[in-house]
Write a protein that binds this ligand. Structure first.
Ligand code: NDP
Length: 341
């Protein structure tokens, strides 16, 4: 007897590519620490979705988190913008775009846990990649570090290092929007020139200035009210004594220490912190997750009004994930480093 019912949907056989942490990093990551694997994905079950990576993020946190959140043989951790290509979950319609913490994978079958739909009114003229950058986690980090931790006020002087990166570019621009004086440091003359284009009042190349202390003193002879710390290590030893009394330091990152094999030591900042009553607070962007929707809309509005530039450093090809990651750690990127799958 002929089957007159609907033809069952063709099973989509999907092969996922994934980058594995083959060996824990020892010092600066190297090619042989990673391995590309191919796996056959199962058909999504009821409640599940099949995701296809569109843009993948490479971030500094992957380096320190690899030690504490991963074991050898795990897929590299990370967020991606993905397209829902098959859905058996009504919350995630086919064709919609999401942010997913799927790690370094081209395709993922997910039950939706930790998967977030992009803002429903994401404008057609804004690239999805920005959801990993200025209109995503790094942008939120900049906003919360300034507003919640530094409690930055108009007229104050702010220092930010790694200023030409994903977080730093947003930090400087928001601080300017708030009527502050902004000083930034970065690792190349091209980055310094770009920071000036963004409206930074002063910027310098920390790799070529004869004296970091002199550069910081000249940029703000009266000292710094706020310091958005992305770098740590020796930079902070020089910067902390240059804070004004009652200064605030948002400890966002310490990238200059992430690849250390032996921990860096002092000078220790305690005495200068006591004498100047400095507040120094570490933070993780996730603390204010409950504000994310509203905050993303603020960032997006600034972008749409032309007040927030969102530079990106885009590497093409999933096979280049390790190169993009290592390139970002060594300062190749101006703006957010992302990989186009
Ligand atoms: P970036 O886009 O800024 O990329 C990293 C940059 O760090 C490089 O481009 C390089 O720029 C700089 N860098 C690398 N090594 C050194 C070094 N030894 N000394 C000084 N600068 C160095 O990354 P993100 O904007 O994504 O992250 C910036 C910081 O914020 C990181 O420390 C990261 O861990 C932290 N972070 C923290 C979060 C939180 O929740 N607390 C969330 C997101 C990020 P250059 O050419 O200037 O050297």
């Amino acid at each position: 007897m002929e089957n007159s019912g609907s033809i069952p949907k063709q099973r989509i056989m999907v092969q996922a590519k994934a980058w594995i942490l083959l060996k824990h990093f020892d010092g600066f990551p190297k090619d042989s620490d990673f391995e590309l694997r191919v796996e056959q994905l199962p058909e999504p079950k009821d409640g599940e979705i099949l995701l296809e990576a569109v843009y993948l993020s490479v971030d500094p946190y992957m380096r320190p988190f690899s030690r504490v959140r991963m074991k050898e043989g795990d897929v590299m951790i990370g967020a991606q913008v993905a397209k829902v290509v098959q859905s058996r979950n009504p919350l995630f319609p086919e064709g919609s775009h999401v942010i997913s913490r799927s790690g370094w994978r081209t395709h993922t079958v997910s039950d939706g846990t930790g998967v977030i739909l992009l803002l429903s009114d994401w404008p057609a003229d804004v690239p999805y990649s920005l959801a990993l950058g200025a209109i995503g986690m790094p942008g939120l980090t900049a906003l919360y570090g300034l507003e919640e931790v530094c409690q930055l006020k108009a007229g104050e002087t702010l220092l930010v290092n790694a200023a030409a990166g994903a977080v730093g570019t947003v930090v400087g621009q928001i601080a300017k929007l708030k009527g502050c004086r902004v000083i930034g440091s970065a690792g190349s003359d091209a980055k310094v020139a770009y920071l000036k284009e963004l409206g930074f009042d002063q910027a310098f190349n920390y790799k070529t200035v004869p004296s970091l202390e002199q550069a910081l003193r000249e940029a703000a002879p009266e000292g710094y009210d706020c310091y958005f710390e992305n770098v740590g290590g020796a930079f902070s030893s020089v910067a902390i004594p240059l804070m004004k009394p009652m200064g605030r330091i948002a400890v966002c990152g310490a990238i200059s220490t992430y690849n250390d094999t032996t921990p860096q030591t002092g000078p220790f900042p305690h005495l200068t912190m006591i004498m100047n009553q400095i507040r120094m607070e570490g933070f993780l962007v996730g603390r204010w997750e409950h504000k994310n929707q509203e905050s993303l809309r603020r960032l997006l509005a600034w972008k749409q009004e032309g007040k927030l530039k969102c530079p990106e450093h885009v590497t093409s090809g999933f096979e280049n994930m390790p190169a993009a990651f290592m390139g970002m750690l060594s300062g190749e990127n101006l703006g957010k480093a992302v990989v186009k799958a």
